[in-house]
Ligand binder design. Structure first.
Ligand code: RIB
Length: 293
């Protein structure tokens, strides 16, 4: 059977990760325990999550003409992701994320750099690739206008759209209408609901799959209900949501029903937190199957 095509349109960052016993208060300096750089960016993470499970994945995005940009493209290629639509923009810096990991949890500052150059004009050049996809995945680390246009192109061509509304922004009505699956975490879900009127709330909630960390997943879409989380030792939760999104796209593209697809993605996300780095713990299909058993 020919593999379904998943296209991820989004951010590609280098993560600059500091491990520290506790996050400093404003004006305070604390001594870090360790530092490393690792490939990240919500878009790239979601692409890697799906590809490592065995999906055919294409990435659309921008990096700067610097060392980080080159490293990030070769990282995507090493995961067998098609990078022919990743543009290297000389004169721009590659996006970075400054991440503090403390007690398994993280806080992140993203500086988008070249990710801001994933403009609507850029996306229009890739309409064909979007139209030939089975599923596209979007997040909010590239300009919102671009996300809106990509979703409308996908909708026009009957391509399913997963939107991970992270980091949260108020979403225009047209975008909300064009999306098939909305995958906020609990925090983003609260912000999303606050931004909607009561009529919209009811409609939009029907598209939501809410990731709740160790508590599992609340699937409002199709009224599926809750699925529990896994008990695992969390070393680093960075990228858990991205793993969920990439795995959800993979599972849906494999023809799984929504509940089964969410169970699969939930298991993949649980495994992802057991190793350091956003992409470090992303599992293979066999590893997910083994956990589910
Ligand atoms: O979701 C985790 C990701 O958010 C990190 O890899 C970082 O790059 C930020 O984009």
């Amino acid at each position: 059977m020919e593999k379904k095509k998943i296209t991820v349109i989004g951010s590609i960052n280098m993560d600059l990760v500091t491990k520290v016993s506790r996050v400093p208060l404003v004006g305070e300096t604390v001594i870090g325990e360790s530092f490393y750089t690792a490939p990240g960016g919500k878009g790239a993470n979601q692409a890697v999550a799906a590809a490592r499970l065995g999906a055919q994945v294409s990435m659309i995005g921008c990096v700067g003409g610097d060392t980080f940009g080159r490293e990030l493209i070769s990282n995507l290629e090493s995961e067998l992701i098609d990078t022919s639509k990743v543009e290297v923009v000389s004169g721009s810096s590659t996006g970075i994320a400054s991440i503090t990991v403390s007690g398994g949890d993280n806080s992140i500052i993203v500086t988008p750099g070249a990710n801001n150059l994933v403009t609507p004009e850029f996306i229009l050049r890739h309409e064909k690739a979007i139209s030939e996809s089975d599923i596209i995945i979007l997040q909010l680390e590239i300009p919102l206008e671009t996300v809106k246009l990509a979703a409308s192109i996908a909708k026009k061509h009957g391509v399913k759209v997963i939107l991970n509304p992270a980091p949260f922004q108020v979403l225009p009505e047209q975008l909300l209408n064009d999306v098939d699956y909305l995958t906020p975490n609990e925090h983003e879900q609260k912000q999303l609901l606050l931004s909607l009127n009561s009529e919209q709330k009811e409609e939009i909630l029907k598209k939501c799959i809410v990731t709740q960390g160790p508590k599992g997943v609340a699937i409002y879409k199709d009224g599926v209900g809750e699925i529990p989380g896994y008990r695992v030792e969390a070393i680093d939760t960075t990228g858990a949501g991205d793993t969920f999104n990439g795995a959800l796209a993979f599972a849906l593209s494999e023809g799984m029903e929504l509940k089964e697809a969410c169970q699969f993605a939930n298991a993949a996300a649980a495994l992802s937190v057991t190793k350091p780095g956003a992409q470090g713990g992303m599992p293979t299909r066999d590893e997910v199957k083994a956990l589910i058993k």
